[in-house]
Write a protein that binds this ligand. Structure first.
Ligand code: GAL
Length: 327
């Protein structure tokens, strides 16, 4: 049956691939190439939350990818960014390739993956290596990505927390992240270089998005929208979205996009990405219910975004739905 099934709010409904295996594709994104959608994310461990590298919030395998032609049936592709068993490698697991995002660079012909990187044993922290950005490349969407470097966007003081990448229609790409210096946490948008492999030096602190994370961006009818979460670790909280006509300019706080969200928790989920279904107006908000008892059993919540004539957006919960009804 062709349905996107989110289950009940609070339920960890399990999405499965075409072989019936549970999909474990945490906090990732989507890219469309030659008639196929590629969904990728971090493969978390089947363990509860715990520190010192013992927790399921880390990976020992890396970033995995699935593909589909219709967004309903998913075929497992492979590990695209692999952990290493070599203790000297930057990819030695358990570690974290959090919130990976892939964009295609038309000028270089390369697929570029950015993520929030945390080295072995995978605990977020203040120490070098525990709050970084990382970039990897590949000449095929579903090939083996090569980690190029681990770095910090604005300066070495600012720790990198949640991040995303946004590619504008003119081909410019941006790295957005929650930058932390002491108690100061704010979302920053940093323009990438033309090859997408580094930072251009041009950036803006998004003042309106103070103390926000999990940024998800979309361009629709001349406006950029960014849905974010608050900071409560793995526990879900209320979403707030922002709007601007100029990515590097001022953003406006537009409030909670969720309708009838009785617990004020984004329906028990946290955003991971927004993508547009090819040749339609349908934009899908991808979110995740983090399962701190067993990270392999996180679940996914996909909702159609409803844009208003007054340049607003909203989300309404659906236990299950069909894309064809919203195109
Ligand atoms: C969340 C964040 C996740 C992860 C988690 C653990 O709020 O969005 O990506 O970092 O905290 O600290």
């Amino acid at each position: 049956m062709n349905r996107i099934i989110n289950g009940e709010v609070g339920e960890f409904y399990q999405w499965t691939d075409e072989e019936g295996n549970v999909m474990n594709v945490s906090d990732g994104g989507m890219i469309y190439v030659d008639g196929r959608y590629y969904w990728y994310g971090q493969k978390l461990r089947a363990l509860p939350y715990a520190g010192e590298g013992r927790g399921g919030q880390t990976t020992v395998e890396g970033v995995v990818m699935y593909s589909s032609v219709d967004l309903y049936h998913w075929r497992y592709e492979r590990v695209v960014l692999a952990c290493s068993e070599d203790p000297d490698s930057l990819c030695f697991g358990p570690m974290r390739f959090e919130r990976p995002k892939i964009v295609f660079n038309r000028k270089t012909g390369q697929y570029v993956l950015w993520c929030h990187y945390v080295k072995y044993p995978g605990d977020h922290g203040e120490q070098p290596g525990t709050a970084e950005a990382a970039v990897a490349v590949c000449d095929k969407v579903n090939g083996e990505y090569r980690l190029l470097k681990v770095c910090r966007p604005v300066d070495d003081r600012g720790l990198v927390r949640d991040s995303t990448v946004f590619q504008d229609i003119d081909g410019t790409a941006y790295f957005l992240y929650d930058r932390q210096v002491g108690q100061d946490r704010c979302l920053y948008i940093v323009k990438l270089t033309d090859d997408y492999l580094g930072f251009s030096g041009e950036y803006t602190r998004i003042e309106a998005a103070y103390w926000r994370e999990a940024p998800c961006l979309v361009l629709y009818d001349g406006y950029y929208y960014m849905i974010t979460s608050g900071l409560s670790g793995w526990a879900p909280n209320q979403a707030v979205y922002f709007r601007t006509g100029d990515l590097m300019g001022e953003w406006e706080n537009m409030g909670d996009p969720c309708e009838d969200d009785l617990c004020g928790t984004t329906y028990g989920a946290q955003g991971t990405y927004i993508f547009r279904v090819e040749n339609t107006d349908l934009c899908i908000f991808m979110a995740e219910r983090h399962n701190t008892d067993d990270f392999e059993k996180c679940s996914y919540v996909w909702l159609p975004i409803c844009f208003g004539a007054d340049h607003t957006l909203k989300l309404t919960y659906r236990r299950e739905w069909q894309q064809e009804d919203y195109r």
